[in-house]
Design a protein around this ligand. Structure first.
Ligand code: ACO
Length: 311
């Protein structure tokens, strides 16, 4: 009966073991995982756009090859995550439909434009850096397929973060114009990257339950603090400044003091009114429509193969 199933589920979570697709799970657990994993998958897929913008304009063949590989990795991450979400009983078609009709969320960060090459550095350093901070603990998420997908994703994210750091380092140590371009990109991406961790803990409706279920292992603010602590020494090596005059370590609280994040901007982006929301969704919708013939051809081929097998 349900009480017994619930008790078995609770015991698995309590023992830090994993829930697998065929195990019984509370409906709310299933729903929250579908929500988080599909949002995460959509973020990877939409996240290809800001950088895809620079593939044809990368400053050298080597940079172009690296950037192409990185954007392809993001497609791969999206696919593992869609597959993980599918194990919970939602189809890929449903998730795509939710995305292109703006009924699904994806990370706020991908609604900002990428006007300069230095943005490729700032995205790698800050955006992928934030992604790693958030995702390393997700490797231990209680749902097996999600945690396992995260292991490989995190390895690739570390490479992405280093390539971004290296782009910024080279620009920072280049001509005064290049240094300024790197600083400008860091100024524009710093605050949005802090928003990636989500609302403050006291305004995060999902955190308590997700932490009790061991999907999330740390709170939004804890991870944001950890991220800032990681950036400070790296910014020094880069010779770049983090654009917050109030940023300093507080020995008494054991935390970084920082200026207030502009939550109005965050809420605007979440409401679909960020700088590039409309463009991102329109581009995704067009790509999906233009790919219809590929899906039809693949389905026809699969049907033909299945018919041959039946003969
Ligand atoms: N961008 C867009 N939406 C956000 C963001 C953000 N940066 N932060 C929070 N939200 C949304 C949540 O999805 C939630 O919306 P919903 O209830 O309608 O689904 C709402 O704001 C309230 O937030 P929380 O209660 O804090 O939500 P949650 O517990 O899910 O925590 C978090 C948010 C930290 C983003 C979590 O979902 C998570 O860790 N997700 C996996 C990582 C991920 O998605 N990364 C994507 C960017 S990294 C990359 O792809 C390279």
């Amino acid at each position: 009966d349900v009480a017994e199933l619930q008790a078995r589920f609770d015991a698995i979570i309590e023992a830090d073991q994993r829930i697998e697709p065929r195990d019984w799970m509370p409906e709310a657990y299933r729903k929250t995982l579908i929500r988080q994993i599909s949002q995460h998958a959509h973020s990877e897929i939409i996240g290809m756009q800001p950088e895809g913008n620079w593939i044809s304009r990368a400053p050298s063949l080597k940079r172009k090859a690296i950037l192409m590989a990185k954007v392809q990795d993001e497609a791969g991450h999206g696919l593992y995550l869609y597959s993980a979400a599918q194990t919970l009983g939602i189809s890929r078609d449903e998730m795509t439909e939710q995305l292109i009709t703006s009924r699904a969320r994806y990370s706020s960060i991908f609604n900002y434009p990428t006007p300069t090459w230095a943005d490729m550095g700032a995205i790698g350093w800050l955006v992928d850096g934030a992604a790693i901070c958030n995702q390393v603990p997700l490797c231990r998420a209680s749902y097996g397929p999600y945690g396992r997908a995260m292991v490989r994703i995190c390895k690739e994210e570390s490479f992405h973060q280093r390539q971004g750091f290296e782009i910024l380092l080279e620009l920072s140590q280049g001509t005064p114009e290049q240094h300024e371009m790197a600083q400008d990109a860091v100024n524009r991406w710093y605050w949005p990257s802090l928003m990636m961790f989500g609302p403050p803990d006291d305004e995060s409706p999902n955190s308590a339950q997700s932490m009790a279920w061991k999907i999330k292992r740390f709170s939004n603010d804890e991870l944001r603090q950890r991220f800032v602590g990681m950036l400070v020494p790296q910014a020094e090596v880069l010779g770049l400044t983090l654009p917050d005059p109030n940023l300093r370590w507080n020995d008494e609280t054991g935390q970084w003091d920082m200026s207030e994040i502009d939550w109005t901007e965050f809420n605007e982006v979440l409401a679909g009114r960020g700088p590039a929301n409309a463009q991102r969704i329109q581009h995704r919708r067009e790509a999906h429509e233009q790919g219809a013939w590929v899906r039809e051809a693949a389905a026809a081929y699969a049907e033909k193969q299945a018919a041959k097998q039946r003969q």
